[in-house]
Each structure stands twice: as C-alpha cells, then as structure tokens.
Design a protein around this ligand. Structure first.
Ligand code: AMP
Ligand code: MG
Length: 420
C-alpha cells in the first residue's frame, strides 16, 4: 500500500516543487487591440511598425540661415573660431535673405544664391543643405556669412531617429511613458497587447460570511493581483459547505483565467475546499515545507475547453499573502507572457535556518540589504504591514550568513509596476 502523503513527506514538498507544479503547462493568453491611450502598463503582443518617420521632416537644429553650401565655396572650412569671426581681414559671402521660416511654417524653396532666415525646429527649405548659425554671421539682409561647414550641418534629418516602415518598438515590451511618446510620434493609435489574466479570488469561511472575522484576504489578494497585472474580481466569501463552494467555484472559473481560493485546505472537519476538490481529477492537496503556509493545493478545471488553474491557499492572512506571492504572482506573469526571475537581495544579518522555507517580514537597510523586522510573531498582520518585503529563508540546517543572496517577495509591487 502506498504511504499516505503526510508520512511520505513529513515536512512537506519543497516550495520550488510546488511552484513548478503550479506553473507547469501555463501558456500566455492571446492578444487584444487597445487604443494607445489605454496601453500604459500593457505588454506589446506584436512589433510596432512606424507609420510616420521621427523626426517627420528635415528641420533646423539652430537659429540661423539655411543656405546652399555651394554658395559658400569661397569660405574656408574648417572656418576660423568665433573670436576671429567678423574681424576686418576675414573673407565673407553676402547673400540676400529670401524669407523667414519658423517651426510650423511650410518652408518655401530656397532660390540659388540666397539665404532663408530659419528658426530652430523649422522645416529646412528645399534646396538648402546647410544651416549657418547666427554666430557665424553679421548684418541681417544681405546677411554676411563668415564661415562654412560640411553639407548637412545643423540639420536634423527626417527619419534619422526612426524611419517610416521600421520596427519602432519590439513585441514583448511593456508600455511606459517613453513608449507612449514614441507610439504618438510614429503615428500609431491602436496597438496589439497581451490579454490581462482575469483573476478570481474566492475566500472561504463561515466566520467571514457572518462578519465575525473581516475578510482581509480578499482585500489583500485583489490588490496584489492587480499589482501583478491581472484584472481581478472577488467571488467570496463563501460558507464552509462543499456544494456551495463548488457552485461558486464553477461561476468564478467561468469568468476567470486563474482562480485563487483561501482557507479550507488543512485537516479540519470543515475544510471545505479540500472536501469539495479532493476527489476531482488532477487535484493535489498536501503540505509544502514552508512557514507560514504549509497546507496548499492545486489543480485545474476544464471550462468549455479552457484549462483554468485553481490555486488553493491556506486561510491565515500572512500565509495566504505569502503563498499568493510565491505561487499566484508567477502564474499571473506566465499567463500574461511576462515571466520573470524571482527577485533577490543580499542578507544584511545572519538568520537561523530550519528544515523548511521560512518567510519573514523584512525591510532594507541603508546598503540595500534585506533584514528581518524584529519581533516576528508568526501571524502578525501589523508586522507584515510594516514590512517592505518577505525574506525567503531557504531550508537549511545551518545558519544563513549575512551576505548570502536570498529570494525576496516585494510587498509594495505597485511601486515597480512598470519596471517589469
Ligand atoms: P482556514 O485555513 O480556513 O482554517 O483559516 C485559518 C484562519 O484564517 C482562521 O482563523 C480563519 O478565520 C482565518 N481566515 C481564513 N480566511 C480568512 C480571510 N479571508 N480573511 C481573514 N481571515 C481569514
Ligand atoms: Mg476556514
């Protein structure tokens, strides 16, 4: 006879093993098209091709005079330094000024043998191949030009940054403020982005339904899910009755790409999630070697041909949040097509190891090293709210020495929303 799971794994399976179980087979959701105005924070699903060149036309980089360089062939190049300019014995070329152009004007054609007065940002007149800055000139009309330069000088070429038809931003890029500006410049107003995973959160517990205990897990997990890039909805709390839970789960799974439940997964008489799903094909329930958060479960439901993963977390608030960060956040990233390596930090002090992964509310010292907050009391939500991160102490029978690089789970991910 096979051994019961709790005897085969007295300390529970490793965190990494459970994480791998949750992530196995998760593939990115499809794409959708959105207006650029709604694309902040989204991930591009396809390369964006420029419809317009950046800059859109040849423009002047200086205030000065647009000329034909052949008309200045009599001048030396490189020309004398500015302090020599205008001295009586220097040569000069005098050109009549045909027009003035400023930014926003349509430039006239430059007649041969003349100059057009031009302001920074203005379109370079057809025929001109050089802008002579005011500093190289005296008088106004005719303008006396004291030195010349190679053709193209002080002209920003249209398309020199991005040519029309070129890929401006690659698929997989997260859209932030600079990308929004570039999308505007290249004349694109709709983009294909990866679909945001829809996360359903179902809290369980009769004490939540009666209001005897406030439903803090729903508050935390909806926020953490949103910060991880999901669209979120609550389907709890639900009473501790397997049939009621199963009904709620079916509704939630029908509306979601990922379901997360809290509570009801340990070994009590009223452990509703486990009771409802224990016999469901492919579901696993057992202990994970982590503290807090030992009782865990995972499986997936087939909903109209879609595979909807269901992560069943323990109910204690710190355990639920820590487990969500360890298992659900990477699942959301996988569905969004933005997987990322776990975040790490250097440990600032020695920390005792144990036979399981330990999650400690922690903060960063001045050197950016991670340090547990004093007064750790297993289940303190107040301590968690004072922390910047959860320090993930790996299982070991030794001391984890200061300087060791450890995994950290950020508790203020919204500050980093666009850094992924
Ligand atoms: P359970 O895992 O269902 O046995 O719950 C463990 C403990 O966490 C109990 O004290 C519950 O009252 C509490 N708890 C469970 N779910 C929640 C929740 N959504 N919000 C706050 N506390 C909860
Ligand atoms: Mg419960």
């Amino acid at each position: 006879m096979p051994e019961p799971a709790h005897l085969a794994h007295p300390r529970g399976v490793d965190v990494a093993e459970h994480r791998a179980r949750v992530l196995a087979g998760l593939t990115p959701l499809g794409a959708e098209e959105v207006a650029v105005a709604d694309a902040l924070g989204r991930v591009l699903a396809a390369d964006v091709v420029a419809e317009l060149a950046v800059p859109p036309f040849d423009s002047s980089a200086m205030d000065g005079f647009a000329v034909r360089s052949v008309d200045l062939a009599a001048l030396a190049e490189p020309a004398p330094l500015a302090e020599h300019a205008g001295s009586a014995d220097e040569g000069f070329v005098a050109l009549p000024v045909a027009a003035t152009v400023a930014a926003g004007d349509t430039a006239p054609v430059l007649p041969p043998g003349s100059a057009i007065r031009i302001m920074t940002g203005a379109q370079v007149p057809a025929g001109a191949d050089l802008v002579v800055p005011f500093e190289w000139t005296t008088d106004t009309d005719p303008v006396r030009i004291l030195r010349t330069a190679a053709p193209g000088r002080h002209i920003r070429r249209g398309g020199e940054d991005v040519a029309a038809g070129e890929v401006a931003i690659a698929a997989g890029t997260r859209v932030g403020p600079a990308q929004l500006g570039l999308l505007a410049s290249v004349g694109v107003d709709r983009v294909a982005v990866r679909r945001r995973p829809r996360l359903a959160v179902i809290s369980t517990g009769a004490e939540l339904v009666t209001g005897a205990v406030p439903d803090s897990n729903t508050a935390t997990l909806l926020a953490a899910g949103r910060a991880a890039g999901a669209e979120v909805a609550a389907f709890g709390p639900v009473v501790d009755e397997p049939a009621a839970f199963a009904d709620r789960l079916a509704v939630a799974a029908g509306a979601a790409d990922l379901v997360v439940t809290t509570g009801g997964v340990s070994a009590g008489d009223r452990d509703v999630v486990k009771a409802a799903l224990r016999e469901a094909p492919g579901f696993w329930f057992g202990g994970v070697a982590m503290k807090p958060g030992r009782p865990q479960g995972f499986g997936s439901l087939d909903v109209d041909g879609r595979r909807v993963p269901v992560i069943t977390l323990p109910g204690t608030p710190i355990a639920a949040y820590a487990s969500f960060l360890l298992y659900a956040v990477p699942a959301i990233a996988a569905l969004a097509g933005t997987p990322r390596e776990p975040r790490t930090a250097e440990l600032g002090v020695d920390v005792a190891g144990s036979d399981r992964t330990v999650l400690l509310p922690a903060t960063y010292d001045d050197a950016g090293r991670i340090v547990p907050l004093p007064g750790h009391a297993g289940h303190s939500q107040r301590l968690l709210a004072a922390a910047e991160a959860l320090l993930v102490v790996p299982p070991t029978d030794r001391l984890v020495a200061a300087g060791t690089v450890v995994e950290v789970l950020a508790l203020r991910p919204e500050e980093d929303l666009h850094a992924r």
